[in-house]
Design a protein around this ligand. Structure first.
Ligand code: DAT
Ligand code: MG
Length: 159
């Protein structure tokens, strides 16, 4: 099934100039960019985006981190895009992420380290967790008119 999913290059990814690398990974896998914008997240958007995490011990660090610099928000479209994008992103803690994934290749710290230095996990990227989240997050970050339908030139091969 063709799906759409939301990806954010988080402040650490933007500040480390990994935006192009991240986008290339998805483009090379055959996923299509159907929406993109740069946003400096405010408290209201952070709370809506991370509403499921409000009340958890790591929420305040996460909220501070996502508002620490601009992010690049992207909507990707592809075959089972939600699951496939998560596979390319890798496990939440970079120390547990498989090499070859974005988090496994471009970061390496653990939950324990983040706790010890009193910082949020800086794991480069966000990707919607499931279909319900993808629907909610795409609507939160993009107007309908900011999402575009077009064909990749290789769509007959990759889709
Ligand atoms: P993911 O981003 O892989 O979907 P999540 O939705 O469980 O992970 O959590 C959102 C973000 O919150 C995650 O990217 C990093 C941070 N986070 C999650 N669990 C954490 C924990 N136990 N300690 C510190 N930060 C955590
Ligand atoms: Mg999540």
């Amino acid at each position: 099934m063709i799906e759409r999913t939301l990806v954010l290059v988080k402040p650490d990814g933007v500040q480390r100039s990994l935006t192009g690398t991240v986008i290339s990974k998805f483009e090379n896998a055959g996923l299509k960019i159907v929406g993109m914008r740069m946003v400096w997240v405010n408290k209201a958007l952070s709370k809506k985006h991370y509403s499921d995490h409000i009340g958890k011990p790591f929420f305040s660090g996460l909220d501070e981190f996502i508002r620490s610099g601009p992010v690049i928000a992207i909507v990707l479209e592809g075959v089972e895009a939600i699951k496939n994008v998560r596979r390319i992103v890798g496990s939440t803690a970079p120390a547990e992420a498989t090499p070859g994934t974005i988090r496994g290749d471009y970061a390496h710290h653990s939950y324990a380290y983040a706790d010890r230095v009193g910082k949020s996990i800086a794991n480069i990227i966000h990707a919607s967790g499931d279909a319900k989240d993808a629907k909610k997050e795409i609507a939160l970050w993009f107007d309908k008119k900011e999402l575009h339908s077009y064909k990749r030139s290789d769509e007959h091969i990759v889709f």
